[in-house]
Design a protein around this ligand. Structure first.
Ligand code: PGA
Ligand code: ZN
Length: 418
């Protein structure tokens, strides 16, 4: 039974405050979890409650969310059985009473939801992935490793936010991580040899002032080859342009790279060219979050050979995912626990993906903590794909290291990928 719940304000990987929650049972077992935070957030995401007090952290403090856990959520959940995840999550939804968790804050609610899952797993003497995923949770995810950061994640030359290496040909997770990491190191040497900066952005990818978005793809292909891998066979490319961040007044404005303005159809045409030129197998948020026609257009044009992923468009929300399935606006979903705010609702979103035969990618946020909850969650949900940054910055590596541990623990039972 839950004996106490308490929250505190901690810092994320960008030095912004976020919420950590401890849930303790009457037998002394403790579960802890921390909440991440995005920068290129979708406008329909659940509300991340911030204090707005300009005297603390530029208004980004989370003391209100912390107080909501300690003063409102905790009293309502004391005595509950932590194994009743859905019941506990629904109790918090009822306590909040709003459509988008504006009253308590999704950061408060998710912190409790994740910590409850953790403590329940510990009480059952199970690793978190086995507790949430059952005996069938043996599928490790292939990592999409974000080796070049642009857009809102870095002051670099790229309009597009994420250029990722995706080691689809690796036999195990450990090998996939090695393929991607060696490519990351090869890219480092390549950038240095060309006189480009090798400092990194929010997700640990390099952030050079490249001349164009294409140059990013060119360099990644060169790095894959330099690391000794076959582009498209061993390692493919995945993209997240995060197009909402450069969409203005009905146009896609590629201003950093000086590549002009494009319509939705011209964006689709650009990606169509890229798919023939580069080994691209997955494209996320190719269009603005309100440009449903743009998404439908690219899915119709490329959806049979490329994974078209909705992130800002769908915000891990069953309401939007159902519409996207109905309208064939994409064919895969990016899954972020904090976009929707409870473990239960996130699982419901994934259920919808499975029913539609869609892929789903469990994802970090650009602001992360050392908590590796999402690594266990990815194995529990078994989608075979994860997006959690490049091969540096410990808040990213924490997830990879946890997946290495899980793969070793599963031994011969472990499988990789979709
Ligand atoms: P965010 O970006 O965490 O800054 O929102 C991640 C993404 O767009 O996938
Ligand atoms: Zn995205």
């Amino acid at each position: 039974r839950i004996q106490s719940i308490d929250a505190l304000e901690i810092l994320d990987s960008r030095g912004n405050p976020t919420v950590r929650v401890n849930v303790r049972l009457d037998n002394g077992i403790l579960g802890t979890s921390s909440v991440p935070s995005g920068a290129s957030t979708g406008e329909n995401e659940a509300v991340e409650l911030r204090d707005g007090d300009p005297d603390r952290y530029g208004g980004k403090g989370v003391r209100k969310a912390v107080a909501n856990v300690n003063d409102l959520i905790a009293p309502a959940l004391i005595g509950a059985d932590p194994r009743e995840q859905a019941k506990i999550d629904h109790a918090m939804l009822a306590l909040d009473g709003t459509e988008n968790k504006a009253k308590l804050g999704a950061n408060a609610i998710l912190g409790v939801s994740q910590a409850v899952a953790r403590v329940a797993a510990a009480a059952c003497n199970l690793p978190l992935y086995a507790y949430l995923g059952g005996a069938g949770a043996v599928r490790l995810p292939v990592p999409m490793m974000n080796v070049l950061n642009g857009g809102k994640h870095a002051d670099s030359g790229m309009d597009f936010q994420e250029f990722m290496v995706f080691p689809i040909g690796a036999p195990t997770f450990a090998e996939a991580l090695r393929y991607g990491t060696e490519t990351f190191h090869a890219l480092h040497r390549l950038l240095a040899s060309k006189g480009y900066a090798t400092s990194v952005g929010d997700e640990g990818g390099f952030a050079p002032k490249l001349k164009s978005n294409e140059e990013a793809c060119d360099l990644i292909v060169k790095a894959i080859l330099a690391a000794g891998y076959e582009p498209g066979e061993d390692i493919a490319i995945a993209l997240d342009p995060a197009a909402s961040s450069f969409y203005e007044d009905g146009k896609y404005r590629l201003s950093r790279s000086g590549q002009g303005e494009k319509t939705a159809a011209e964006m689709t045409a650009l990606f169509k060219d890229w798919v023939t030129e580069y080994p691209i197998v997955s494209i996320e948020d190719s269009h603005d979050e309100n440009d449903w026609n743009g998404f439908k257009g690219i899915t119709a044009a490329l959806g049979d050979k490329v994974q078209i992923v909705g992130d800002d468009l769908l915000v891990t929300n069953t309401k939007f995912i159902a519409r996207a399935v109905e309208e064939q606006a994409c064919n895969a979903v990016l899954i972020k626990l904090n976009q929707i705010g409870t473990v239960t609702e996130t699982i419901a979103a994934i259920d919808l993906c499975r029913k539609a035969g869609w892929g789903y990618v469990i994802s970090h946020r650009s602001g992360e903590t050392e908590d590796s909850f999402m690594a266990d969650f990815a194995v529990a949900m078994g989608g075979g794909q994860i997006k959690t940054g490049s091969a540096c910055r410990s808040e990213r590596i924490a997830k990879y290291n946890r997946l290495l541990e899980i793969e070793r623990e599963l031994g011969a039972a472990a499988v990789l990928g979709r």
